[in-house]
Write a protein that binds this ligand. Structure first.
Ligand SMILES: [Zn+2]
Length: 438
């Protein structure tokens, strides 16, 4: 490029910057600078957290991670409580509350302390290669927990924390919730009832290298089908006197699901199936055993699977269709479907959630970052924010990464600062909006 062309480009940039940079006031500039200055400290905290195994069932490890985060919030003036969850067979939740001026929107920040990698997993420790870190839970979601801390610290440095009403809920059993679920999530739901907006720091979604916003999550509901039929000699199978048996009935049901259920934003899966003269699932419903003979009509068959839907309306409608399919029994057979009551509800893409993404995009403009389009909710699994879907919410404020829930999970360290800046500005701006009357 010739010098004059370079100067022309520089001039254009100089002219363009104020338009984007204008909304950034002194406090916002201070938050940005603080996040950058704290980078090494934030990275160290992330490394320390990842190096402690906190598989959901490693109760001591989960509590240890909670203890490590506790002082981070206390230093910022939060009241911190550890809520033991022995009654649901899990470690507990860390809840930190910050009293502001009582005027602005009350903001709920959601994270979790646990990972899917238990102590017996071969995937442990922390491995850094440039900007990419490999480690259990680094992206899902210890990175998000660190981003919460980094954003709040930046707010404190800029003086915008003191007026903000904030509750942080870090659950200890997001990956494998305790039972009954209603008790395991009671504290999160109560925090949601006392908040006006929820931000969830699960991993940032990227599509084709572009950051996208997440305004919805699908439900996760498991189901069990039990089919029964009279047994008999195989020479009479599917004849009027004997009927087809339980395996054909179950096969009919799951095949009609496959052919008749598909619609946008719905997935339906069969995960395990057993059948024979005698069949049963094991205690954890993760497998089972069956016995039978080629020349005997099957008397019992069972299947387990899940459905994922985008709204409560879709959830109820699909369940009704599944029940109707089950009820079209083959002659002489019977079957019933039971939906578990420990599923995750859907978080629908409401107008309030869309408006929240628009505010995040105003923050992006202030930070000279590209606009984030709304991502496809079909790409997001169920999550804790779904339990507080009765208030406006946004997901995916954590670190970008790949391969969550599988050994070799990574996070992109470049996303830590960017996400902490976005969060600090967004939380600050929301905390200045008037609290809605309820
Ligand atoms: Zn997660």
């Amino acid at each position: 490029m010739r010098t004059s062309a370079v100067l022309a480009v520089l001039a254009a940039v100089a002219l363009a910057s104020p338009a984007f940079g204008a909304p950034r006031d002194a406090a916002e500039r201070r938050m940005v600078a603080t996040v950058e200055a704290d980078n090494a400290r934030n990275l160290k905290l992330l490394e320390d957290l990842v190096r402690v195994n906190s598989g959901t069932m490693n109760l001591a490890g989960v509590e240890r991670v909670g203890q490590m985060l506790r002082p981070e919030f206390e230093q910022l003036g939060f009241q911190v409580r550890w809520i033991p969850m022995a009654k649901v067979g899990r470690a507990g939740h860390l809840i930190a509350t910050h009293k502001g001026n009582g005027k602005g929107k009350r903001i709920l920040l959601i994270g979790h302390l646990d990972t899917v990698f238990e102590p017996d997993s071969p995937f442990q420790d922390w491995k850094r290669d440039g900007d990419i870190v490999e480690g259990p839970g680094v992206g899902d979601m210890k990175g998000g927990d660190v981003i919460i801390v980094a954003a709040l610290r930046a707010m404190q440095a800029a003086g915008t924390l003191k007026t903000a009403d904030i509750t942080v809920v870090l659950t200890g059993d997001e990956e494998k919730p305790g039972a009954p679920l209603a008790e395991a999530r009671a504290d999160l739901i109560a925090a949601g009832r006392n908040s006006d907006v929820a931000l969830d720091f699960e991993g940032l979604s990227r599509v084709g290298g572009r950051d996208v916003g997440s305004i919805a999550r699908r439900s996760s509901t498991s189901w069990t089908i039990r089919a029964k039929a009279p047994s008999g000699h195989s020479s009479g199978v599917c004849k009027p006197a004997a009927g087809c048996g339980a395996i054909y009935e179950l096969a009919r049901i799951v095949d009609e699901f496959r052919r008749e259920l598909p619609e946008p934003n719905l997935t339906y899966n069969v995960g395990v199936i057993v059948g024979g003269s005698q069949a049963d699932l094991n205690a954890g419903d993760t497998g089972g055993q069956a016995s039978g003979k080629p020349n005997v009509i099957a008397a019992e068959a069972l299947a387990r699977g899940d459905i994922r839907t985008l709204s409560e309306e879709q959830e109820q409608r699909v369940r009704a269709r599944m029940k109707a399919i089950v009820a079209r029994h083959l002659d002489k057979t019977e079957a019933e479907i039971v939906f578990s009551d420990d599923g995750y509800p859907p978080m629908a893409p409401t107008e309030g959630n869309k408006a929240l993404l628009a505010k995040l995009n105003q923050v992006n403009a202030a930070l000279d970052l590209p606009e984030m389009p709304a991502g496809d909710p079909a790409n997001r699994g169920a999550g804790d924010i779904s339990f507080v879907a009765f208030i406006d919410g946004l997901v995916g404020l954590g670190m970008a990464g790949e391969g969550s829930h599988a050994p070799g999970e990574t996070a992109d360290l470049k996303s830590l600062d960017v996400q902490a800046k976005r969060a600090a500005l967004l939380i600050t701006r929301l905390s200045k909006e008037p609290r809605p009357r309820r």
